[in-house]
Design a protein around this ligand. Structure first.
Ligand code: PGA
Length: 250
C-alpha cells in the first residue's frame, strides 16, 4: 500500500519568522493526520526554524533543491549532508522552474538524484511536459526521457525511497489543472515505466504525485485516481486553510 503524500512547495515565499508562524497556524488547523504523510518544503533560510517545529509533529521537512557534492568550493550551493543535518527527509529535484530558469538539465538532475539517494534523502523527482510539447503529442516521450535519465544517476533500494511528481508545466501556477483522467493517463504510463526500470515490486511502491494548480476543489477527484498517490502543492500551500483542506482530501 502506498501511503498518500502531500507536499507543500513554498518556492521563494516566507522568511524564517513568517514560516514559523505559518506552520504553527497550519498545525492548529490540521489535527490528526495518520493516514497521510505531509511534508513542508520552505526556502533554505527557513529550514532550521521549520525543522524545530516539525520535530514535535508527524509532519516532515523537505528541501526545494540541492547540489550533488557533499562539500567544496561551490559558492551559493547547499549540500545533501547539510540538509540531512536539519532532518530533511525529502528533496525536490528537477522542478520545472529549476529547469527553466536555472539551467538544471537532465544531466544535473541525474547527479542530484544519485547524491540524494546516497546521502539518505528521498528525491521528489519532478517531470512534465510544456504546453507546446503536449500539443505536439510528445508528453509520454518527454516524461519517459526525464524519468529514465534521472535514474541514470542512481536507483533507489526500495520503491518507498523515491517519489516522482508529474507536473505538467502548463498547469503550474496557471490555475489550469489537468483533468483527473488526463493526469491518470500519464501516471499510469510512469508506473509502467518504473515497473520496467525497477522491477514490478519496486515500481509499484513508488509514490507518484500530481502537481500543477492543485486546490481544495480539485484535490478529491485527482486523489481518487488509481496511480495518483499524492500532490505537490505550490500556491495553495501558502494558505493554511486551503492546505489543511488538501491534506484532508476525501
Ligand atoms: P502550483 O505549483 O500548485 O502553484 O501550480 C506547483 C509546483 O510548482 O510544485
Amino acid at each position: 500500500m502506498r501511503k498518500p503524500l502531500i507536499v507543500a512547495n513554498w518556492k521563494m515565499h516566507n522568511t524564517a519568522s513568517e514560516a514559523s508562524s505559518f506552520v504553527e497556524e497550519l498545525l492548529g488547523k490540521i489535527g490528526e493526520i495518520s493516514s497521510v504523510e505531509v511534508a513542508i518544503a520552505p526556502p533554505f533560510t527557513a529550514l532550521e526554524s521549520v525543522s524545530k517545529i516539525l520535530s514535535k509533529t508527524d509532519l516532515v521537512l523537505a528541501a526545494q533543491n540541492m547540489y550533488w557534492e557533499p562539500e567544496g568550493a561551490f559558492t551559493g550551493e547547499i549540500s545533501p549532508v547539510m540538509l540531512r543535518e536539519l532532518d530533511c527527509r525529502f528533496v525536490i529535484l528537477g522542478h520545472s522552474e529549476r529547469r527553466q530558469y536555472f539551467g538544471d538539465g537532465d544531466g544535473e538532475v541525474a547527479l542530484k538524484v544519485g547524491a540524494a539517494l546516497t546521502e539518505g534523502l528521498m528525491p521528489i523527482l519532478c517531470v512534465g511536459e510544456t504546453l507546446g510539447e503536449r500539443e505536439q503529442g510528445k508528453t509520454f516521450e518527454i516524461v519517459e526521457r526525464q524519468v529514465r535519465s534521472a535514474l541514470d544517476g542512481g536507483m533507489p533500494d526500495s520503491g518507498g525511497g523515491l517519489v516522482i511528481a508529474y507536473e505538467p508545466v502548463w498547469a503550474i501556477g496557471t490555475g489550469k489543472t489537468a483533468t483527473p483522467e488526463a493526469a491518470q493517463e500519464v501516471h499510469g504510463f510512469i508506473r509502467g515505466l518504473l515497473e520496467n526500470l525497477l522491477g514490478e515490486g519496486l515500481g509499484d511502491e513508488v509514490r507518484i504525485l500530481y502537481g500543477g494548480s492543485v486546490k481544495p476543489d480539485s484535490v478529491d477527484s485527482l486523489m481518487a485516481m488509481q496511480d495518483i498517490d499524492g500532490a505537490l502543492v505550490g500556491g495553495a500551500s501558502l494558505d493554511a486553510e486551503s492546505f489543511a483542506r488538501i491534506i484532508h482530501f476525501k
